[in-house]
Ligand binder design. Structure first.
Ligand SMILES: NC(=O)c1ccc[n+]([C@@H]2O[C@H](COP(=O)([O-])OP(=O)(O)OC[C@H]3O[C@@H](n4cnc5c(N)ncnc54)[C@H](OP(=O)(O)O)[C@@H]3O)[C@@H](O)[C@H]2O)c1
Length: 292
């Protein structure tokens, strides 16, 4: 059976699934929704969504089925008894690359085309033009080509290859970088809560954002070194100098009564790299130390 391209089923009406469903409703799509806790569908019904009584019914209702649940285990549970032959299944539930690959094989064995997604946004950014929201997609190129317009409604769609784990890997790599950034921001605020800090948190936040934005393009320098294999390429702040500087960072933390535990792991790796004779490089060599 061929379905209407403007019909989409959304399984999972948490904060994110609800935002996706609402964006499609607002864009004039026919949306069928299903959620384990039935009450969470109420608001969307008022906005024109159809409610399916079961996950099976929701999957049957549309050719494009979007799953946005808590984790991979809940996806397995919800879809366990559904008929997936001929279904285009898009799973935007956050998962690991390995889980995404297994889920793709699982869906393929049940006769579905499969696309895995990694959402780079928070719910209020979904369906909001110019919010910067996007979703990494990987998996079936045919599915992506067939539904690219619909997929681009809630957030911009970035296809990152046929390998199903690729979207999750991109997603988690960016989230990991963000985690490191949050650690740095946390430490900086902790320092500024100590003696001698007269700047208001809001004012300091402005300085932080400006500084982090100025430093972020350093990622291009790392990329150039990885691509050439020359870790001294374009180095302006060498490791020997940075390790020396770490001493100042640590002494300041001590003076301000702040634990160095967020900084210490990265500094220890920098010291190991220096001890191995890489003082004229930057920190790119830490990547090789991390890879087991
Ligand atoms: N929120 C964000 O900022 C954000 C950003 C990027 C990516 N994501 C990803 O988007 C996905 C959904 O996040 P969310 O914010 O919408 O989470 P949420 O508000 O906690 O909603 C979780 C959803 O999963 C359902 N669920 C959980 N376990 C289930 C099970 N065993 N069987 C059936 N349904 C189950 C819940 O149903 P009930 O209503 O019945 O509990 C609910 O619909 C997650 O993978 C998350 O990592 C979220």
């Amino acid at each position: 059976m061929r379905h209407d391209a403007k019909k989409i089923s959304v399984l999972g009406l948490g904060a994110m699934g609800t935002a996706f469903a609402r964006a499609w409703l607002d864009a004039g799509y026919g949306v069928t929704v299903w959620n384990r806790t039935v009450g969470r569908a109420e608001a969307l019904v008022g906005e024109g969504a159809e409610v399916a009584a079961t996950a099976t019914e929701a999957v049957r209702a549309s050719g494009l089925v979007v799953v946005c649940l808590l984790d991979d285990a809940s996806v397995g549970e919800v879809l366990a008894d559904t008929e997936l032959v001929g279904v285009d299944l898009v799973n935007v539930t956050t998962s690991t690359p390995g889980q995404a690959r297994e889920r793709a094989a699982w869906a393929g064995a049940r006769g579905a085309r499969y696309l895995d997604g990694g959402i780079m946004a928070v719910p209020p950014m979904i369906g909001t033009p110019d919010s910067g929201a996007y979703v990494f997609y990987s998996g079936s190129p045919e599915l992506f080509a067939a539904h690219r317009d619909g997929l681009a409604v809630p957030a911009a769609a970035r296809y990152v290859g046929e390998e199903p784990g690729s979207a999750a890997l991109h997603d988690v790599a960016l989230l990991s970088a963000m985690t490191g950034m949050f650690a740095g921001v946390t430490h900086a605020f902790a320092l500024m809560r100590g003696a001698g800090a007269e700047v208001a948190p809001k004012e300091f936040a402005g300085l932080l954002v400006e500084w982090l934005a100025a430093m972020a393009p350093a990622a291009y320098g790392v990329a150039a070194q990885l691509e050439t294999g020359d870790y001294t390429l374009g180095v302006t702040s060498n490791l020997a100098m940075m390790v020396e500087g770490n001493g100042t960072l640590l002494r300041t933390a001590e003076e301000q009564g702040v634990s160095p535990e967020l900084l210490a792991p990265f500094m220890a790796l920098m010291e190991r790299l220096l001890a191995a004779g890489h003082g004229d490089e930057g920190t790119t060599g830490v990547i090789d130390l991390l890879r087991r």
